[in-house]
Design a protein around this ligand. Structure first.
Ligand SMILES: [Zn+2]
Length: 356
């Protein structure tokens, strides 16, 4: 096959930079659904005790290739969900690890310290079937107490911040000539891989921070099973539980008909013509981004990432929608706008920051 030289060398570089380990031997046949479901449910990765050595490492050193047990679990979980990807543990190259280290070192210390007892580690795989993944672990009383983050190093290897953000924010809309969505989360001089990793990491850290913290219902609970007596100060600002339909609805749904069709990554459900109306309606809610409007867990993860990035780290965040021949429409972070004031106050309390 004829391949342009730059592509061939890029492919070689990726192959050399992300050294994959062998696939784990699974405790089940792939076709044995009952075995897969049981092995997933009862897996050792759910137990805090499995991770004691990881949690004992200094916080800044808690990243590396995914351990075999975790790869086995991710494979079982993909099988259970019908995802075709079979993850492998990888040893990223030194430059990639330096970017991860740099992304962490650059976070506000007061924010990073919040993860001392909560973050088990950042683990690298390839072929995850997504960019990032976070799950919680439970103590001996079955209480969720900490979490681990899995990152697909092969996907991250080629990213830069603005291209990644533009791609992600475009995925809910079917590509159509003449319509364009651009996201800008870094100035040109900072538009690099380290900062793509940092933003992706911030989102996953938002999920870790919510573990056992009464911010929103746990993500392993069906909406119908959320106790009616439970109060979640953050969740309650935007969401309601429709127990009969076993789903979450937002308090803004009557004026935001596009929300239920916002689907990121796997198959757009909205036409490009819905971009401008969806963002116009989003401006009337307290969701910090369109992704935040999808489910309660991602509402908090997006808010955490956006708040730390924009307010604490003073970085840009803007979505520009353009259509041939028309003036572009701009959508900015909401933290200085009245629409997000109540959410900002709850978030700042959760982060232990002084009230303004
Ligand atoms: Zn998420």
């Amino acid at each position: 096959m004829n391949m342009p030289a730059f592509m061939a060398s890029a492919a070689l570089w990726v192959a050399a930079s992300v050294m994959a380990q062998e696939a784990p031997r699974l405790p089940c046949l792939e076709a044995d659904g009952d075995c897969v479901a049981q092995a997933t449910r009862q897996h050792a990765v759910h137990a805090l005790a499995t991770w004691q050595a990881d949690l004992a490492r200094p916080l800044d050193a808690r990243f590396g290739p995914a351990p075999a047990a975790l790869v086995e679990y991710l494979t079982l979980d993909n099988l259970l969900n019908g995802y075709p990807e079979r993850p492998r543990s990888v040893h990223p190259d030194a430059r990639f690890l330096a970017d991860v280290q740099g992304a962490i070192a650059d976070l506000p210390p007061a924010i990073w310290r919040l993860f001392q007892d909560r973050l088990i580690g950042l683990y690298f795989v390839e072929n995850l079937g997504g960019t990032g993944y976070t799950d919680f672990v439970v103590d001996q009383n079955q209480r969720p107490v900490a979490g681990y983050v899995v990152l697909d190093a092969a996907v991250l290897a080629g990213q830069t911040a603005n291209a990644w953000a533009s791609w992600k924010e475009s995925t809910p809309f079917r590509p159509t000539a003449g319509y364009r969505l651009q996201a800008r989360i870094e100035a040109d001089a900072d538009d690099n891989r380290r900062n793509a990793i940092q933003y992706i990491l911030l989102h996953e850290l938002g999920h870790v921070l919510s573990i056992g913290a009464n911010i929103h219902p746990p993500w392993n609970l069906d909406p119908k099973d959320v106790p009616a007596s439970e109060n979640y100060p953050y969740f309650d600002l935007s969401w309601q539980v429709a127990r009969q339909e076993n789903r979450y609805t937002s308090r803004f749904d009557a004026d935001f008909p596009q929300r239920r069709d916002v689907a990121y990554y796997f198959g757009a459900k909205l036409d490009a013509t819905a971009m401008a109306p969806a963002y116009a309606n989003l401006e009337k809610t307290n969701f910090p981004s369109l992704y935040a409007a999808t489910i309660p867990g991602d509402d908090f993860a997006e808010a955490f990432a956006s708040y730390v990035h924009v307010v604490l780290m003073k970085r840009p965040w803007r979505i520009t929608l353009s259509r041939d021949g028309e003036a572009p429409m701009l959508f900015d972070a909401c933290w200085s706008a009245p629409r997000c004031a109540a959410k900002r106050a709850v978030l700042e309390r959760i982060l232990g920051l002084p009230a303004r």
